[in-house]
Design a protein. Sequence first.
Length: 587
Amino acid sequence: MEHRTRRGTTDGGRGEASGARRTARARTRITAALGAGAVAVGAMAFGGLSGSAGAAEANLVRNAGFESGLNGWTCSAGSGTTVSSPVHGGTAALKATPTGSDHARCAQTVTVRPDSQYELSAWVQGSYVYLGASGTGTTDVSTWTPGTSGWQRLNTSFTTGPHTTSVTVHTHGWYGQNAYHVDDVALTGPGGDPGEPDPQPPAAPGAPTVGATTSSSVTLNWNAVDGATGYTVHRDGTRALSVQGTSATVTGLAAATTYEFRVSAVNGAGESAKSAPVTATTDRTGDGGGPGTGVPKHAVTGYWQNFDNGARVQKLREVRDQYDIIAVSFADSTARTGEITFNLDPALGYSSVQEFKDDIAARQADGKKVIISVGGEKGNVIVNDSASAARFADSAHRLMEEYGFDGVDIDLEHGIDSTWLTQALRSLSAKAGPSMVLTMAPQTIDMQSTSTEYFKLALNVKDILTVVNMQYYNSGSMLGCDNEVYSQGSVDFLTALACIQLEGGLDPSQVGLGTPASTRGAGSGYVDPSVVNAALDCLARGTRCGSFKPARTYPGIRGAMTWSTNWDALNGNRWSDAVGPHVHSLP
């Protein structure tokens, strides 16, 4: 969690100035990206980039003017279509319509040469329209316009990396905004290696397998196809969504309904035939999601500090019984990328590591789950390739076996790669078995949309995921699922941001509300425990809401989390005494 440090501070390891900087950064992202009333992902680069391409060549984008419909293009969640008006050139243009949980991304993978310069441009019309390129092998680029009533040209440029042979050109709008239009997309620069044969579309994937299902979603998995750069999921013959990995969760489905799914593979040369079909039936309304881990239906998570930073120093045996999941914070990284270890801090007063292990076993005998948390403000664990993914899974499993941990918590705050961390967590799950507890604690900016790496990770591992306890603090104002901006520290802030996850594909049993246990536990965002309870009632029962009231209730919502059990103890256990019984009394 971003406000934590190993030792030596009295404000949860964050500090007022540091917390203010974090809030200022979040507000800067809001203002600079979309102005009043909307939020943009902070990692996006805005504005055109200078630079010139090599010798100008023919446009490398296929069907650049959408004269052949969407041939060559894939649009997320079936958001794209072609229209005859308005158009910039020719007789057709792209029209794509965002929703509250999808920004209507339309993309095409194009063959390029390594170490080469390219110019990218398009004519766009509408509010908050983006144009960019990813997979460049250097710095991915994006440019945007806040809106215009007529056609406007966007342009940017990039240089490919030494091993880059394809890039993905993409355009998208913004969540909850009106439809946007794109025409005459152009990518100029050297084409693919002329000595190589013409690229071919990939082979069709094998039939997908069905993973977790809820009353409104189905998770699908399939094997990778050689040469594919992405995949398209088709639901009942209609494009549902496009993804880069080999797993996807299709949301917005009706309860107790059977659907047919197929998957196709895409690359710069085109799209494969569709896979053989698979059918899946959604759960009845009220059925829970996620694996069977022994965690209560409604649970309280508390982070336990393996360091002394001014909060109450505790042994595990002293953690209050209101906590159902105790996250030991934190694992340490080693010199080997992806590998983690654990070092018990002598400041806690344990006479031996064995005494600590005995405490873990005793808490488990009390019915508690004790897990190892990876990350925190200073925890920089990098999983960015197959080797580091394997090291993470192997080392995490060793810690589970050595100490008896029930699972892991992902609290990485320095950027994650959802593809490789998905591989790591699936490998760990295969080693640990179906009872493994898997939790996450992303920051608010990490869960603003299903396109962020943290949200993609959560959806990728939904079938083995226990709960996501987002940190509703140290963030400033953020966008809710109704496209309104809410101020940190209110019932509306908790409910409207939770709604993004609840409507974005996570099961209610996989959503928890994370708040500080005291004013000293974080740089900002502390709320009275009564506010947490009111937000839980609003989401689970539809009562005690603020100005925002969800369109439906989520009685299966998992519960709440706090940083930390130590700050809670220093504050007289006020948080756990109030929130714990309330969580356990939810319907």
